[in-house]
Write a protein that binds this ligand. Structure first.
Ligand code: ATP
Length: 676
């Protein structure tokens, strides 16, 4: 904070667009270190310059830093693969596609391939240098191109950006010496690939933004902020973001009203999906009782479906609210109001569940004018009048569902209320939220129900309720703190105030894992035409790497193997990505490597240490430091379509599971920030 801010870019004047080169210089400084504090310092210094010189560009700057173009719920995706990028690089630099492919094979990073391609190309003329605004605009144009010939037009737009990249840079860049330097082409291409490879987690950018803002406020008005003020600013921004994960709303409010006042201006609101609260696993009812000793808790069925966060505003509700809601991307008219459904990842589910939206008005009381309700959408057997297993729900189409084609009906089971009639209720105790929930809606058989719950505190009552939940085709129980401040809804947290007990894991390690498929081995015998086993990894958000954790070949039917082969063979890559951490021993390498795209749920008997895998190695589980954690007897359960690779089980969670095996943890630590 005491660092003097200089003006290092002569062509970046106050009020003028931020040069893209300035961002790339920051990226290249970040790239040179793995230390989070130093990374944060580079980011916050840069953001502070943006705030001072061109605050209007703060929003696109932050978005480009986190490799996003818009909030997740806006559903904006670039929709381009490696081959289109290679084509664009080739056409921009006059090199043949084959040469580019060969380079990619050797270098393994398309960003560096772009650097190498540019540096051999004589510059004919110098286009206007890129700015953050122009790059964001160009990328948005690429993302929103649809219809006939969209792929070709996307390549055209990428070429425009690439030919303007590095128009200021001179001479050849030695990629071996300096990782390509602050090259614009390199970071553009990596953005297009969806991975900046900087080890720059979104939460780091968020904290840097808070630091930059508080420093900027001090630059303007003084005095130098205290350590407490800085910590407070960071906390405010984190909390606000978890309730309202939209930089589009937060950044202008922060610039206009100051970071310390942000909570008054940015509150949870219908139309912006908040990051859901998550639960910690347990493997015994006694563990739950230990945790909630002397505190009241409630048990609910853990339904096995898909999380659905439903937002609604009646047309005659507060004007501002309905306006906010109708500007949200994913809304549908539902009789008296507008509504939207979001997934666990804040993606728009409205086109997947038009049947839920069509019936919504039958279960919303007329006096309920606006709400955000946390639910599980579960397959429903109309004849037997009971819930269906998850596998049936998964057979539903994912997009553009027509109500008349729906074969698997769903029933919505509501378990929490986050917003009601113009007011966020997340801070109220669960007991109160539940009362409000029950007062605001009417159950309708097969359409909408309240999660079945039981408030008994005794071990045998819980055991009986668990057995009943299993009979009712549920996965087990969710046990939640019921009273007091700790029972508030904690967006984005995997909290110890919510525990899950799954029937399958009572004697196992406590939970299944969600792992990313990195590679595969060809099958033997009957399985020669498909992959017979797979290499899986967990995710380390700190270093932005995938750490291998097991090979798996059990739990797949022949039909599933065929389906997986079809999907995975489309994302084969020539060599492992540089952010895959796996042992280098030749005998441990899979036959093929994949893009990190699919997440699978996997069960395991227990966890052990192995020099072959890298999971949790940085978590200090192995005193000798050369073994990672691995799964013993892993078994495939299902594909987790609702999780992205960076939402896979984290290395820290794997390490926590490993440690718990030895002694059931009674730690009283704070909730783990899952996403932030
Ligand atoms: P899982 O594989 O167990 O769903 P997860 O990481 O997706 O793991 P958890 O926090 O482990 O999420 O479990 C909570 C999930 O259980 C919620 O995301 C929700 O979809 C589902 N669920 C079903 N019933 C309930 C309930 N009564 N309360 C809260 N969540 C419930």
């Amino acid at each position: 904070l005491k660092t003097k801010v200089k003006d290092p870019y002569p062509d970046w004047k106050a009020g003028e667009p931020v040069p893209y080169a300035a961002l790339c210089t920051t990226f290249s400084l970040v790239e040179l270190t793995t230390k989070r504090l130093i990374i944060m310092e580079h980011c916050s210094l840069f953001l502070r310059q943006v705030l001072r010189l061109t605050p209007d560009d703060l929003l696109p700057t932050v978005l480009l830093m986190i490799n996003k173009l818009a909030p997740d719920y806006a559903g904006i995706e670039l929709g381009i693969g490696e081959s289109l990028i290679m084509k664009a690089i080739g056409e921009t630099t006059g090199r043949s596609l084959n040469v580019i492919k060969q380079d990619q094979k050797e270098i393994g990073d398309l960003g560096l391939v772009a650097v190498k391609s540019r540096s051999t190309q004589p510059t004919m003329f110098k286009p206007k240098p890129l700015t953050i605004r122009s790059v964001h605009k160009g990328l948005m144009a690429i993302a929103t191109m649809t219809g006939n010939g969209a792929q070709g037009r996307k390549v055209g737009e990428i070429k425009k950006l690439l030919s303007a990249a590095d128009s200021k840079s001179t001479g050849r860049v030695d990629i071996t010496k300096d990782k390509g330097g602050p090259s614009e082409a390199k970071f553009l291409v990596r953005f297009l690939e969806g991975k900046l490879r900087l080890g720059l987690a979104e939460r780091t950018v968020l904290v840097s933004l808070a630091q930059a803002m508080i420093a900027h406020e001090a630059d303007q008005k003084g005095p130098v902020p205290s350590t407490d003020d800085i910590a407070k600013a960071e906390q405010i921004l984190k909390t606000v973001y978890s309730e309202l994960p939209s930089y589009d709303v937060i950044i202008p409010a922060m610039v206009n009203h100051g970071i310390m006042n942000l909570r008054d201006h940015c509150k949870l609101r219908p139309g912006v999906p908040l990051k859901p609260m998550l639960a910690k696993p347990t493997k015994a009812i006694t563990e739950v009782l230990d945790r909630f000793e002397n505190q009241t808790f409630t048990c609910e069925y853990k339904y096995d479906g898909e999380r659905a966060q439903i937002h609604y505003v009646a047309k005659d509700a507060d004007d501002e609210l309905s306006q906010g809601m109708s500007t949200a991307t994913a809304t549908a008219e539902v009789g008296r109001g507008v509504a939207a459904i979001f997934s666990r990842n804040s993606e728009d589910l409205s086109k997947k569940y038009p049947d839920i939206l069509a019936k919504l008005q039958t279960w919303v009381k007329p006096e309920t004018k606006s709400f955000v309700v946390d639910c599980e959408s579960v397959g429903w057997d109309v004849v037997e009048k009971k819930v269906l297993p998850f596998q049936q729900l998964m057979t539903r189409k994912k997009k553009d569902v027509k109500i008349e084609d729906v074969k698997v009906k769903v029933c919505v089971f509501a378990f929490d209320l986050l917003y009601l009639n113009g007011e966020a209720v997340v801070e109220k105790p669960l007991r109160e939220r539940r009362e409000l929930l029950h007062q605001s809606f009417v159950p309708v058989e097969g359409e909408f129900a309240f999660a079945t719950s039981m408030d008994g505190q005794e071990l045998d009552e819980i055991q009986t309720f668990l057995d009943e939940s299993v009979k009712a085709s549920c996965e087990g129980l969710m046990v939640k703190m019921l009273d007091g401040t700790e029972s508030g809804y904690e967006p984005s947290k995997r909290s110890r105030n919510w525990l899950k007990i799954k029937k399958d894991y009572l004697s196992g390690i406590g939970d299944s894992l969600d792992l990313v498929v990195l590679g595969a081995y060809y099958g033997k015998g009957k399985r020669t035409s498909v992959y017979g086993a797979f290499l899986l990894a967990c995710y380390n958000p700190g270093s932005d790497t995938y750490e291998t954790v097991c090979n798996i070949g059990t739990g797949f039917s022949e039909a599933v193997l065929e389906e997986l082969h079809k999907e995975l063979s489309q994302i084969v890559i020539d060599r492992p990505k540089p952010f895959y951490a796996h042992s280098s021993g030749g005998q441990h390498q899979p036959d093929v490597w994949f893009e990190p795209r699919f997440v699978w749920e996997v069960k395991t008997a227990d966890l052990t240490l192995s020099p072959r895998y890298k999971a949790g190695m940085k978590e200090g589980v192995d005193p000798s430091g050369d073994k990672g954690i691995s799964l013993r007897f892993p078994r495939f359960i299902k594909v987790r379509d609702d999780k992205k690779p960076d939402e896979a089980t984290s290395s820290r969670q794997v390490a926590e599971m490993y440690r718990k095996q030895e002694s059931v943890s009674k730690s009283k630590g704070p909730a783990v920030d899952d996403d932030f």
